[in-house]
Design a binder for this molecule. Structure first.
Ligand code: SF4
Length: 696
């Protein structure tokens, strides 16, 4: 007997920014088989533990299935009417800046587009920010300072083509596992390839590294300013490239002059011999890719770190060519898509800023005379404005700021003081949903239909293969319904995500004669259902760009890249008895575990929250292996299991960010993080809190 095989649905993993293609095969018994899509260029059939367990996270347990007002089930009409009338009334009484939207890199591009259009285009305020502010805002700011645009130059294949891969502040093995698998396979094939890891912790990623540089927290800028100096002294600056295609090298070089090996060693804590080895390797290897992630971005000097890295690539002309370039890897599945639609408070739309010409252009495109005229509040400031009453109504979509924002208890208090809090989410049980006056049930992965963009600018389809449960609805539908009820029906008459995507494509191409990097004109009229993964820009005739800046033409007014002179910050020096707290991910969980917490095998890897501490520090504090430890500072406290490990650096501890009040009491690690932000990007320094430790 031949048993009919289910037809696989081609979709994309909803977790990290690698953006792996997934084949989902619903079975007659209601379960779903999951496999990597061999045809997807990001993963070529690979999946990590989280991606391969997606089928085990699809139960309706804990789902928000019906609209609720004050915890009571209601109809969509009542809930939507209440949101629309309260937003309208608040705006009428207090102005457009008295309301806000806080979105997420989990939203699909179509959801993001509609939310951004409502807030900036029709409400007339730019108070829409996103949890992507916590993830890659410093990379965006660094790109714009250097390139004049938020453009990631390279792609994943460049890591495989490089002879030297420098991983900075990135535990690639756990946080972007499929890129790590690709890198490991390439290194196994070409053992002469070198990998350098720059990270205070000796993470699992160090297992592949030829050299590990255990910089102190925030030592990265000094390391790369020292590298620029070393490149200059070794005479390996590409003077032709610098002269023809860049501006500002002399100032950057001058500021770097003082950063000799001894000074860098003192600032970073890295032995001078290891610094010499790294600088020599970088200077003598042409094909270099520098991959950086949250260790760089989540810092009060994150933007400067990004530019310190980019400076070294510009100075050597190692950018825009196979196997070369700086490469920011994003944390979330659609952090990049959010940037594309303008879903950050300091961006307008389609990679346009708040300059007069862009505001006028977007106003004409959207047919609105009320487009926001200036940037809005970035995440941390936005929650401060909620706390002090400037913002009186907020709508939070697909994210859990009560656990993920720095000074998380203050974020919770802000929502408790806010007169009107709306949360749309697929989960009924997050710590943020608990604070909502109105809860709107959103569609989840497998039910949603739209697009996402991964770290290498590749737009892929997320396709549905499950029916919408209960009364859950797609985010784009929910936002459009509220917009219609606010009186903007003419601009939000969407019936399908394909319509929204077509509008997004048209806006990217609107009066864009090559001045802006983000251009999807080649996707005009594309078959949305069948659309294959493609890297932007996709200019007419349809052609995606694997790599940017191969022609050394940048998106600045004169087409030249900019060096940014960097003065590294003084080293972090905790007071006696204090430790630097680094926060981050574990291999098998995602964000606040609303989905990965459902798959038993994912919790088998690391079953409970922990604090990783060096054996000598543990001994000095009489902390025994597996005993409980209390972490404390003026913002909050957490009680965690001690993981005594030489992977930690002395004076530094690490704790994961995933556990919330839903899964473990007293483990909300972001309660301890100070809400200090990078002055350029507004990204909070989530990896540099100071805490004291005591045995519990
Ligand atoms: Fe999903 Fe990232 Fe794992 Fe790929 S590497 S399967 S995108 S979590």
């Amino acid at each position: 007997t031949v048993v009919a095989q289910p037809t696989p649905i081609r979709t994309t993993c909803p977790y990290c920014g690698v953006g792996c293609g997934v084949l989902a095969m619903p079975r007659p018994d209601g379960t779903v088989a999951i496999a990597g899509d061999p045809g997807h260029p990001a993963n070529l059939g690979r999946l990590c533990s989280k991606g391969s367990a997606l089928g085990e996270t699809l139960s309706l347990d804990g789902r928000l299935l019906y609209p609720e007002i004050h915890g009571n089930r209601t109809s969509w009409d009542e809930a939507l009417d209440l949101v629309a009338t309260t937003f309208k009334k608040t705006i009428a009484e207090h102005g457009p800046d008295s309301v806000a939207i806080y979105g997420s890199g989990q939203l699909l591009t179509e959801d993001y587009y509609v939310a951004n259009k409502l807030m900036k285009g029709f409400i007339g305020s730019a108070n829409i920010d996103t949890n992507s502010r916590l993830c890659m805002a410093s990379s965006v700011a660094g790109h714009k300072r250097a390139f004049g645009s938020d453009t990631v130059p390279g792609n994943y294949a460049d890591l495989e083509l490089a002879d030297l891969v420098v991983l900075v502040g990135s535990n690639l093995a756990w946080c972007h596992p499929v890129i790590y698998q690709r890198l490991a396979a390439a290194k196994a094939e070409r053992p002469q390839m070198r990998v350098v890891l720059v990270d205070p912790r000796r993470t699992m990623t160090a297992d592949i590294a030829d050299l590990h540089l255990p910089v102190r927290a925030d030592g990265d800028a000094a390391l790369f300013v020292g590298l620029l100096n070393a490149l200059s002294r070794r005479g390996v600056i590409d003077r032709d490239y610098v002269g023809e295609h860049t501006i500002g090298f002399e100032a950057a070089e001058l500021l770097a002059e003082d950063w000799n090996i001894a000074r860098v060693a003192e600032a970073t804590g890295v032995p001078a011999a290891d610094l010499e080895a790294f600088y020599e390797l970088f200077a003598t290897t042409q094909k270099v890719v520098t991959v950086y992630s949250q260790g760089v971005n989540q810092s009060a000097s994150g933007t400067d770190k990004v530019n310190a890295i980019i400076n070294c690539h510009l100075a050597t002309g190692r950018i825009g060519r196979p196997g070369m370039g700086p490469f920011s890897v994003t944390g979330q599945p659609n952090a990049m898509g959010g940037r594309e639609v303008g879903g950050l408070a300091n961006m307008l739309a389609a990679h346009m800023d708040f300059d007069e010409a862009s505001i006028e252009r977007v106003s004409r495109f959207w047919g609105s005379s009320t487009v926001a005229a200036r940037p809005g509040l970035k995440a941390v400031d936005l929650f401060r404005a909620i706390a002090d009453g400037r913002i009186k109504a907020v709508w939070i979509m697909a994210t859990n700021p009560v656990d993920s924002l720095p000074e998380a208890d203050a974020a919770r208090a802000a929502l408790r003081a806010c007169p009107f809090v709306v949360v749309s989410d697929m989960s009924a049980r997050t710590d943020t949903v608990a604070e909502a006056h109105v809860r709107l049930p959103a569609a989840g992965w497998g039910e949603k239909d739209g697009t996402v963009t991964n770290s290498e600018r590749r737009i892929s389809r997320q396709r549905p293969f499950l029916a919408l449960p209960g009364e859950a609805r797609p985010d784009w539908w929910i936002v459009s319904q509220v917009a219609r009820r606010m009186g903007f029906a003419h601009a939000f008459s969407y019936f399908t995500p394909a319509q929204i995507f077509a509008e997004h494509v048209a806006l990217s191409a609107f009066e864009n004669e090559g001045q802006r990097d983000f251009d999807l004109s080649g996707l005009t009229g594309t078959d949305y259902e069948a659309m294959a993964p493609v890297q932007w820009p996709v200019r007419k005739p349809r052609k995606g760009a694997e790599r940017m800046f191969g022609d050394a033409r940048y998106f600045t007014p004169d087409g030249k890249a900019r060096f940014v002179p960097i003065q590294p910050p003084p080293p972090i020096s905790p007071a006696p008895g204090q430790f630097v707290l680094n926060t981050g991910r574990v291999r098998d969980h995602w964000h606040t575990m609303t989905r990965t917490g459902k798959a038993a095998r994912l919790s088998a890897h690391i079953a409970e929250p922990f604090v990783e501490i060096h054996p000598a520090d543990a001994e000095a504090l009489s902390i025994r292996r597996t005993s409980l430890v209390r972490l404390e500072n003026r913002h909050g406290c957490a009680v965690l299991r001690a993981l005594v490990s030489e992977r930690a650096q002395r004076g530094h501890v690490f704790a994961p960010m995933h556990w919330t009040d839903q899964f473990a009491s007293s483990a909300r690690i972001d309660t301890l993080v100070t809400a200090k932000t990078d002055p350029v990007s507004g990204q909070p320094a989530l990896k540099m809190a100071r805490v004291t430790l005591t045995p519990f």
